[in-house]
Design a protein around this ligand. Structure first.
Ligand code: NI
Length: 167
């Protein structure tokens, strides 16, 4: 049975770490992605990267749940090999609960990745999937969406965080 994992949230230093390449494509990898999906659905997210549950491995799961249709996608060792255009979207993150901000991203991307069997795959992504993939791949490199906003907005974020997390 898949289990709900503990989410690591800002400003946990683990979220700033660079995740390691996956080389072991055994059954444990599948069971970890099952747990990641369960954790993501439980928290009403559309994407989750392994470091967000404290595992520094290059694993991303995504399910945009558009039209209430579940299409679970798994990306092992994803890498953006082409990117063009630009777009903006108001993003949120399970590691920064309660905060939303507009982030500028590439509009269309091509991503090389491996599937659960270790087979190489390539996907062309646009729209919400492209945005979500860029957000999640950033997590693998220790970058949060609040690192991708302007200095001014970062100031707003820091103030917001202080106000909402002061004990
Ligand atoms: Ni996130």
């Amino acid at each position: 049975m898949a289990k709900v994992l503990k989410l690591f949230t800002y400003p946990d230093p683990l979220l700033k770490e660079i995740s390691k390449e996956v080389t072991d494509f055994s059954k444990e990898l599948k069971s970890l992605t099952d747990d990641m999906f369960k954790t993501m659905y439980e928290n009403s997210g559309i994407g989750l990267a392994a470091p967000q549950v404290g595992i520094l491995k290059r694993i991303v799961v995504i399910d945009l749940q558009e039209d209430d249709k579940k299409v679970p996608l798994i990306f092992i060792n994803p890498q953006i090999i082409e990117a063009c255009g630009s777009t903006t979207f108001e993003e949120g993150c399970l590691s920064v609960p309660g905060y939303h901000e507009v982030v500028k991203r590439k509009k269309d991307i091509t991503v090389k990745f491996q599937d659960l069997e270790g087979k190489e795959q390539v996907i062309n992504a646009t729209g919400l999937l492209a945005i979500c993939l860029q957000h999640e791949i950033d997590h693998l490199n220790g970058i949060l969406f609040v690192d991708q906003i302007s200095q001014l907005k970062k100031g707003f974020f820091k103030k917001w965080f202080k106000k909402n997390h002061s004990e």
